[in-house]
Design a protein around this ligand. Structure first.
Ligand SMILES: [Zn+2]
Length: 251
């Protein structure tokens, strides 16, 4: 943005001051969404730099458990998973997914989605992602919220990486409701069959590496449910990875 852009932004800041999403400090002209201090302290996971990490281990434990439970005999590659930052319910960075999900802060979702895309593009494991699939919302919730937060992130991710965005491949057939009162085991059973991949849509694509995108990764049950729905239509020669903004370290 040039001098005129800065001038206009300065004027807009006087009318409606922009605040840091994390600490609430008034933002300067050159700052976007986060102040320089919160940007400097940004809790990056750096998981995109490692093949194995606690998030991927959590996902792969579910994939392995599923294979054993269903006696499926097949080779399943170790699935990659990465989040942009550590999400701690005590830290101010929790406001990032929260503002996108509940307060309509689309611009911040795009900003951090793009950042996640840039990290993936720099990753030896994730740089070949060629199809981006957001975790779908149930249509009743989409109607209520007006947008799918995972789709906002996925769309910016797609722009940053050049990978194609497909919002029609996964469908949420079951409304899982609020899961906060369920324990982990119950959550997983609740969400296991919530998604279905559309066979007709799948035939239009021949991806080599699919990214399933969501806002946060907590137990991983939702991401795993998306993974298994896609795996039902794509053979194990197609990689399926999970990418989110936040990785929950405590709940
Ligand atoms: Zn700040």
């Amino acid at each position: 943005m040039g001098v005129l852009g800065d001038y206009l932004k300065g004027l807009a800041d006087m009318v409606l001051p922009r605040e840091c999403m994390v600490c609430g400090r008034k933002l300067g002209i050159r700052e976007n969404h986060l102040c320089i201090y919160c940007m400097a302290d940004f809790p990056f996971t750096f998981y995109w730099q490692t093949e194995r990490n606690p998030m991927a281990d959590r996902l792969n434990a579910m994939i392995t458990e599923e294979m054993e439970r269903t006696d499926a005999i097949r080779f399943e590659p170790y699935a990659y998973a990465a989040a942009l930052f550590f999400y701690n319910s005590e830290a101010g960075y929790r406001h990032i997914p929260h503002a996108l999900k509940y307060r309509g802060n689309i611009a911040s979702g795009q900003y951090f989605g793009r950042l996640l895309g840039e990290k993936a593009a720099s990753s030896p494991f994730l740089k070949d992602i060629d199809l981006v699939v957001p975790t779908p919302l149930h249509w009743t919730r989409l109607l209520k919220r007006g947008y799918n937060q995972a789709e906002i992130i996925a769309s910016a991710f797609s722009e940053a990486t050049g990978a194609e965005l497909c919002t029609k491949l996964l469908n949420r057939k079951k409304r899982t409701g609020t899961q906060t009162v369920l324990d982990n085991e119950a959550k997983r059973d609740n969400v296991r069959n919530a998604f279905m991949a559309d066979e007709k849509v799948a035939k239009r694509y021949s991806p080599t590496h699919i990214a399933v995108i969501d806002d946060v990764f907590t137990t991983g049950a939702t991401s795993h449910a998306c993974y298994r729905a896609l795996r039902a239509l794509f053979g194990t020669e197609v990689r399926i990875s999970v990418l989110t903004l936040g990785y929950v370290t405590s709940s």
